[in-house]
Design a protein around this ligand. Structure first.
Ligand code: ZN
Length: 169
């Protein structure tokens, strides 16, 4: 396992449209494990392959839904993900990004989304997500199209320590 370098804004690589994953081989499994390790070390709750310099439509998310510290985090691997349903209802909240250290932005997102993707072995999966998980999915899937949250944010700023506390992304 290895911790990978995270590319930061304004690296132009972050702006490219990532390529479809076509091979679900051992190399992909290693990349996925390295991405989980890199994300945990950062620490963050989501990471998209373009952020570590791989032009692939691959996202990893590890997120504890419960505020309870004993709750086990849920792991998600989304390959070639597509948002197939978006709620009309939106929520505006603060989010950050490992590629934009030290900044947060206030971003409007769909309250819930349905994502179709492949799992790490190429099997189809469908996930209905809401609230923070939906926000994380929308943020990470944006990365695959070269979109950063600052493109959507109403404002971007350096958070106070209290604000930084509540950012989960
Ligand atoms: Zn990000």
């Amino acid at each position: 396992m290895a911790i990978l370098d995270i590319m930061t804004f304004p690296d132009p690589f972050l702006r490219l449209k990532a390529k479809q994953v076509t091979k679900f081989d051992a190399e992909l499994q290693t990349l996925i494990e390295n991405m989980f390790e890199t994300m945990r070390a950062a620490p963050g709750v989501g990471l998209a392959a373009p952020q570590i310099g791989e032009s692939l439509r691959l996202v990893v998310v590890e997120y504890t839904e419960d505020e309870d510290e004993n709750a086990k985090p849920k792991k998600y691997v989304l390959i070639n993900p597509e948002i197939v349903k978006r709620s009309e209802e939106t929520v505006t909240d603060l989010e950050g990004c490992l590629s934009l250290p030290g900044l947060v932005g206030s971003v409007e997102r769909h309250q819930s989304v349905t994502v179709k993707a492949k799992n790490r072995f190429g099997k189809p999966l469908k996930i209905e997500a809401e609230e923070w998980l939906a926000r994380i999915f929308q943020h990470e899937i944006d990365h695959l199209d070269g979109v950063l949250y600052i493109d959507r944010a109403e404002e971007v700023f350096e958070p106070t320590p209290e604000e930084a506390e509540q950012i989960k992304d």
